[in-house]
Each structure stands twice: as C-alpha cells, then as structure tokens.
Design a protein around this ligand. Structure first.
Ligand SMILES: [Zn+2]
Length: 464
C-alpha cells in the first residue's frame, strides 16, 4: 500500500478518521489506518469534496491581474485620476487595460473621450457587463490596421467610434503576443479549495482552448477544466479539458429571432452537447424558456446567472428541468446599485436561490469572475446573508442555510446543482481540507479556513 494518508480528519460528521488515497482516488476510510504511505496530519479538520466554480471566465480573470479596475470610480474626475496614475507607470505607447466601467460613472465612452484620458498610450476599457470594449484612437488604429471587425460600431459618417461589442475573440487574436499568465490565478483558486472549473466563455475558440489546455498540462491551472463555447469545440485526446455545453449569449438589446435560438439549441444537440444560456434579465429568461419549450430541454441544460427570475417563471424552469447557475456574490458586490436601479417590486427576483430550491429547481454556485470575486467563500456568505456591501438586505427570503450554501459548490461538474459529491471510497481524491470541523467552519465561512487542497490525490495547496 502506497499513496497518501490523511490522518485525523472529520468526514461527513465523523471525527478522528484516516483517509487513504491511492491512484488519484480515495482507497479507504477508517480509524487508524495502517500503512507505510506518507502522512498528512488533518488536525481534526473537516475533509469535504473540492469546490467547483461552475461559471468562470479564466482568461479574462487572469488578464485582470495586469489591469486597472474602475469599479469604484464615481465621476469623471476620479476616472481621470485612476487612469492617469496607471499610465504614469507605463511608457508612452504602452497598453493599459481597464475594466469595470459603467456609464453611471462618467457617461458613455467613445474613442474621443478615451483620447482625452490617454493621449499617448493605447487604452482599452471594458464595460462592467463584459459585453463592450471601448478603445482610444492609438489602440484602435493599431488593432484595425488590417480592417475592423463587424462588431465595431460606426457613427453615421462611417467613422469607427472605438466601441466594439462582444469583441473578445477578435481582441485576443490581435493581442496574441501577450497571453495572460494563468499560474497566479491557478494558485489563488486552489487556495480557496477549488478543484474544478467550468469556463463559460462563449468566445472560447481553438486558440483559447489551447491556452487553457496548456495551462492544465503544465500545472499552472491544476484544476479540472470543463470548457463551454458558442461554436464547435474538440476535446483533446489527453483529457486536458472536457467539452461542456454550448453557450448561448443573449443581449437584451438585440434578442435573436426565436427560430434562430431554437436552431442554435438543435445545433448543440447535433454536437451531442447540452445548452447553457446567459440570462441576466427577465426578457432574456422569457425568451430562453420559450426556446426550450419549442426545442425541448435535456439534462445538463442550464440558465446562467438567473439575474432576474419572476416568480411566474419558476414552474417553467422546474418543468423543463433546467439548472440555474447563480452568483450570489453579485448581491453583495453590486447590490447597492441594484437597489438604486431595479424597481422595488422586482428586487425580490434578483439572483434567487432558496425559492428555486424549494420549487425543486437545481441551483449551483459560481463566481462569474472577473465580473465578481473569484472567492467562493464570499459567494457562500452572500447566499447566507443576502446583504449588500453597505449592509442593505435584498430578497431575504432567498437566504439559504450555511450547509446549503457550501453544497452549491459541491455538485458534479457535469451535473451542477445535482447530488453533492461525497468523500467516500472510490471517489476521485479532489478534496478540500478545512482547519476546523464542518460545524465550526459553517458558523463563519471564509477562504482562510482552507488548509489544503488535493486534486487527483496530489496535494496542490497546503498551508499551516
Ligand atoms: Zn459569465
């Protein structure tokens, strides 16, 4: 018997157990297991399945590290100050990537506004929703030297405005010389106890998939990967990632024809794939439900975000068997803005959780990083408390018990929201060891509670 023995851990409420791991799986659980294997002292902490972030954008989150965040900017003066400070650290002509902009801060942006902010650097600013990039003239001239993409907006005279909708794949191709570094992200995610990641970017193409597969092979991203994409995607023979559902991205401003949408679902079926639809607004959800009614739903089909779910839509979600992959952290991180912008009558529809579970709709947890924090423990706290950053409540009826909040992250990667994976003999040794017994950890869920993370039986992360 070789492998690794985790000594003195709590498993499913039973304290003082040893867990022997061999060949990437849990081989045996019992008291004082014999064995010449290497020991790891669990000090009585709970051993739970590794957490899974069921909705994240890995390349965008990695790129965030080299970017400036505009999330807290309140007016034009602050925008200028934040951008100027970042530019001062870069040589003229250099690039600056800024994210988290919202027109509420200093109005709509276009190339002319950005030229005044950054006359000598290349600047690109992403809207908080992730759907829009705005480039200044230096950036635009460089990237469109061989032509502008169809997504690039033009004014009535035909001049490019610098605004590019859904242009991530085009941008990545133009900026391929500088792929974002994934190792720092992989490290921070494993420090949260995360052992599996589902990248839900519609823009994932062969090039992006190759970057992520390489990061998995090199260990830069040690977590198991499942990738979504809008188009066809081939699975690598070495299993560096699994191919997940087809991602359908809707924009409330220009919803597709229902026939088109149904055809996209049927196209996914032709590839043997489920479908995951981005639904932030009630309009997007209504159209999604109509499309699934027509095309038929199958296990694995998902509603991403469920930002606004009117009560009337819940029976249809249940009937169709759709899983809602939510991000409770938005209640905390953006809740104060929701309270200002969303009609009081609709505030109870925001990022529902408890009411969906009560109706029998499967719900899974996720981050949507970089648009919210990648820390799942923050998401759990938000699911439990339903408070905004300033402490205001949103939809208190949607609160879930701490144990349920953790469970949102413990479903299978292929069946988020389904049965919670268990720490039992035969299961993959993708595990999260906490510093404390589970009851104590649940009293104050926090990433600091993670003492070690095992992926495929290897200790990927440990701290004292
Ligand atoms: Zn997303």
């Amino acid at each position: 018997m070789g492998g690794l023995i985790l000594r003195n851990v709590e498993v499913a409420g039973r304290a003082g157990l040893d867990v022997r791991i061999d060949g990437g799986r849990i081989a045996e659980i019992g008291e004082r297991l014999p064995g010449p294997g290497a020991d790891f002292d669990g000090r009585g902490g709970a051993l739970i399945p590794g957490l899974i972030d069921h909705h994240i954008h890995l390349l965008a989150t990695a790129a965030q590290a080299r970017s400036v965040r505009l999330d807290d900017v309140r007016n034009a003066g602050e925008l200028q100050a934040v951008v100027s400070r970042a530019l001062a650290a870069r040589p003229p002509g250099g690039w600056l990537r800024a994210t988290g902009y919202h027109e509420r801060m200093a109005g709509d942006l276009d190339r002319d506004v950005l030229d005044r902010l950054a006359p000598r650097h290349r600047l690109r600013v992403q809207h908080q929703t992730g759907s829009l990039w705005v480039l200044n003239s230096l950036a635009l001239d460089e990237l469109t030297a061989e032509g502008a993409p169809a997504e690039a907006e033009r004014d009535p005279a035909g001049r490019l405005t610098g605004r590019i909708w859904r242009g991530d794949a085009w941008l990545r191709e133009r900026l391929a010389a500088e792929p974002p570094e994934l190792a720092p992200l992989g490290r921070s995610l494993k420090s949260y106890g995360i052992t599996g990641l589902t990248d839900t970017s519609a823009t994932t193409d062969a090039q992006a998939a190759a970057l992520l597969a390489e990061a998995r092979r090199s260990g830069a991203l040690p977590q198991r990967l499942m990738l979504m994409s809008a188009g066809p995607l081939g699975a690598p023979p070495d299993g560096a990632f699994e191919v997940g559902p087809v991602k359908v991205l809707l924009d409330d401003a220009r919803l597709p024809e229902l026939d088109d949408f149904v055809a996209r679902i049927e196209g996914a079926r032709g590839q043997g794939r489920a479908v995951a639809v981005h639904c932030v607004t009630a309009g997007e959800l209504a159209m999604t439900l109509a499309a699934f009614e027509l095309a038929g739903a199958r296990p694995g089909d998902r509603v991403e975000h469920g930002g606004v779910i009117p009560a009337e839509a819940i029976p249809a979600l249940k009937r169709l068997g759709l899983t809602v992959v939510t991000q409770s952290a938005f209640v905390f991180e953006r809740g104060d803005r929701y309270l200002a912008d969303v009609e009081p009558a609709e505030q109870g529809d925001l990022y529902r959780c408890a009411s969906l579970l009560a109706a029998g709709v499967p719900v899974a947890g996720s981050s949507d990083a970089p648009y919210a924090s990648s820390d799942p423990w923050l998401g759990m706290r938000a699911a439990i408390a339903r408070r905004t950053r300033s402490g205001q409540p949103i939809g208190l009826g949607e609160r879930v018990a701490p144990r349920r909040a953790v469970a949102l992250y413990l479903g299978d990667q292929r069946a988020p929201g389904g049965p919670v994976r268990r720490v039992e003999a035969g299961a993959a040794a993708d595990l999260c060891l906490l510093r404390a017994p589970l009851a104590e950890a649940l009293a104050a869920p926090d990433a600091e509670l993670v003492r070690a993370t095992l992926i495929g039986g290897e200790v990927a992360f440990a701290r004292d």
